[in-house]
Design a protein. Structure first.
Lengths: 616, 116
């Protein structure tokens, strides 16, 4: 005997009429009840009508009757009307009536296992009831969710599981529901992920709410949840998931920054590394998180800022500092006899300019800036020094840098004894200034990437290793470089601070006098002249010396150059007394002497009026 | 001999300071038109290529006014003022009023301020 639902093959032949009669009877019964005056009875009558309609639909389907779908639709409408009516009852009766209607639908669904519409109608009804209860009675909502889950398990219908997932996620997005039982919430979240099937947004909302509750209590569990969100984001390439991951990570930074600063920094690093995946939000999220990390109070709590935040100036006659100083800025630049720095010093800025320091204690901690410029006796810096800026200009006794040095800005201008840079030197995307480090012959291949590289005056540096990248500019003035390193082609070039191009730097012989004189900027004109050579310039331009004498800077010459088809060019060549650089300034062609020319450039037509009392 | 001849003093040379391409001299007064436009930045001249500049070391030590023809005026307070530059020695100005101007050069089309 074949069976379809509760209708057997034998019933197909003779069952149509009784079933249709039952439907008619149920309709008549319903017509006799007023929804307005007896809503509960009306709802019960709708359930009975729905039940009769589903039975008739099942019969029609087995019999191959075309009306099966229409009857099914009517049956579903009757059950929905029953649920709706129960929901409109006064609060005292409502829950009982709703449960009754749902129990009836469930019983019907169990009887007609071949009819998925019944299971979905039941699950949707439960879910709707749950949604209302979430706002009024959370305990009841939790019980209903359990019923829905039990039903989904018993029916084993993917659609019912999906409805449960969505209902569970709705509950889990409610912070009060989550806070009532965090353990339950976590296990429900894990179960709700399995039948996710494309609808990730509700789950992500739930995950965010649970993370918020979890992060304050159990960072390890919160971290596991973040990893789960990240795995989802990676697997599905889901922008929403990446956004939720970023927000939960930012929440975690807020939570741990005052208790576990390194952990907060690690989270920030992770966030920064993933900024690309966050689209237009990435930059903002990273900025916010960085702001959280940089907060002064947080840094103070993490012990990164001395508790005494006042600056301290060391007296001019001091020869040593005390131990254990914790200050914002320690300035010893007036104490030229200072030879010993105390132990345990911790500060943001340490200024030792011009002191007699020969070494720094190994335990000195400087967060931002260490200035040891003009410390002519300084021979050694501590190993593993990690500081934002290290300024060591004119440290003429400094022959080597320490191992493990990490900086963002390193100024070694005038360190003439420095013979090599350590292989493990780390410069974090900042500037390396080696101006005038004449003994240096090579750069370690591992430094950088750099923003700016100043090699001016480094006579013995003839190459930049291809592993060193530079993003902003390179200063090659007077270095041993004879051509732009191929991997830096296109990078801005400077000649002792003056922006120029590769031709002026490396092929000055291709310039000519007219081009040099046409350059409107005096500094660039000076560099062009310097590269071209004054003697060659005079020869090239067939310059006539009108006058020559000396001033505070050195020799001066007034030159006259005949220009075809133009008025003659008269210019005065002078040496700056401060920089010893040679400038050439054009003056009116009527000028006859150097003195007159210089007075004219200063705005005096009468050279007797130009008598500078101070000149630097 | 005219009356009062011996009382006349030879006027002292007006003091002139030079720092690179910037000149500074004492003046009796600052034009009223300039007085109306005090500047807060304390920068007397700025190198467009090098980024170097001639500026007041302490912008509160003097008030800077913009005059016509790209000149400036300085009203230096009682403590004096230091004018500094990255490549030139500092100049110290005592209390008083000053005019500040830039070095010029000739071109057939115009007489222009030296650019660096």
């Amino acid at each position: 005997m074949s069976r379809s639902g509760n209708v057997t093959a034998s019933e197909v032949a003779g069952g149509r009429a009784p079933l249709e009669q039952t439907v008619t009877a149920r309709r008549s019964e319903l017509d006799g009840i007023s929804r307005a005056t007896a809503p509960r009875a009306w709802a019960a009558a709708q359930v009975r009508l729905g039940s009769a309609l589903f039975e008739l639909a099942a019969f029609y389907r087995v019999a191959g009757d075309a009306g099966a779908q229409r009857v099914l639709y009517q049956g579903r409408s009757a059950l929905r009307a029953a649920l709706e009516a129960a929901g409109e009852l006064p609060p005292a009766d409502r829950a009982t009536a709703q449960h009754q209607v749902l129990a009836d639908i469930r019983a019907l669904a169990d009887r007609q296992r071949d009819e998925p519409t019944l299971r979905v109608t039941w699950a949707t009804g439960v879910s709707a009831l749950l949604g209302k209860l979430l706002r009024s009675d959370l305990a009841h909502a939790a019980r209903i969710l359990d019923d829905l889950k039990a039903g989904a398990g018993a029916m084993d219908d993917p659609k019912v599981w999906t409805i449960w997932t969505q209902a569970a996620c709705e509950c889990l997005a409610n912070p009060v529901y989550v806070a009532a039982d965090l353990g339950r919430a976590l296990s429900e979240l894990a179960e709700a992920k399995a039948p996710l099937d494309g609808a990730r947004s509700p789950w992500l909302r739930a995950a965010m709410t649970i993370h918020e509750a979890l992060v304050a209590r159990d960072e390890a569990a919160a971290g596991a949840l973040r990893d789960e969100i990240k795995a989802l984001a990676q697997a599905e390439q889901d922008d929403d998931a990446w956004r939720v991951w970023a927000e939960t990570t930012t929440d975690a930074i807020t939570q741990v920054r005052s208790t576990d600063y390194p952990k907060a920094r690690a989270l920030l690093a992770e966030l920064t590394a993933r900024a690309g995946q966050l689209g237009y939000l990435g930059k903002r999220v990273v900025m916010t998180a960085r702001g959280l990390i940089q907060d002064r109070e947080v840094k103070r709590a993490a012990g990164l800022i001395g508790e005494t935040l006042h600056p301290l100036m060391i007296a001019a006659e001091a020869t040593e500092t005390g131990d254990g100083l914790r200050v914002s800025r320690l300035d010893a630049s007036k104490a030229s006899n200072l030879a010993t720095l105390g132990r345990g010093i911790h500060c943001r800025e340490l200024i030792l300019t011009g002191t007699a320091i020969a070494t720094l204690p190994d335990d000195v901690q400087v967060v931002q800036r260490l200035d040891v410029s003009a410390c002519s006796r300084l021979e050694r810096l501590p190993d593993n020094l990690n500081v934002g800026q290290l300024i060591a200009r004119d440290c003429v006794a400094l022959a080597a840098l320490p191992a493990g040095l990490r900086v963002s800005y390193l100024d070694l201008t005038g360190c003439t004894a420095l013979a090599a840079l350590p292989a493990d030197l780390v410069i974090r995307k900042g500037r390396l200034s080696l101006r005038g480090c004449v003994r240096l012959a090579a750069l370690p291949p591992g430094i950088g990437p750099l923003a700016q590289l100043d090699l001016s005056g480094c006579l013995n540096i003839t190459a930049v290793p291809p592993t060193i990248s530079v993003t902003a500019w390179i200063d090659v003035g007077g270095s041993g470089l004879t051509a732009m390193p191929p991997h830096l082609a296109g990078l801005a070039i400077r000649w002792r601070g003056v922006p120029i191009d590769a031709r002026i730097a490396f092929r000055p012989e291709t310039l000519d006098a007219r081009e040099i004189l046409a350059e409107p900027n005096a500094e660039r004109r000076r560099v062009m002249m310097e590269r071209f050579g004054l003697d060659r310039f005079m020869q090239d331009a067939k310059a006539q010396v009108l006058d020559q004498d000396r001033d505070a800077g050195g020799p001066r010459r007034l030159l006259r150059i005949e220009l075809a088809g133009d008025e003659p060019l008269v210019c005065v060549s002078v040496v700056c007394p401060s920089t010893q650089r040679q400038f050439m300034l054009r003056v009116p062609p009527t000028i006859a002497t150097c003195r007159q020319a210089i007075a004219w450039t200063a705005g005096f037509d009468n050279p007797d009026d130009y008598r500078p009392t101070v000149e630097t | 001999m005219p009356f009062g001849f011996w009382r006349r003093k030879k006027p002292a040379d007006p003091q002139l300071w030079r720092q690179g391409d910037v000149f500074i001299t004492r003046v009796e007064s600052i034009p009223d038109a300039a007085r109306t436009s005090p500047l807060r930045h304390g920068i007397l001249a700025h190198g467009e290529l090098t980024g170097h500049g001639h500026r007041l070391d302490d912008s509160t030590s003097a008030t800077l006014f913009a005059g016509a023809e790209r000149e400036f005026f300085l009203d230096v307070r009682s403590g004096g003022a230091r004018i500094v530059h990255q490549e030139h020695g500092a100049i110290v100005l005592p209390m008083g009023l000053y005019r500040v101007w830039r070095q010029r050069e000739y071109t057939p089309r115009e007489i222009r301020i030296v650019r660096d």
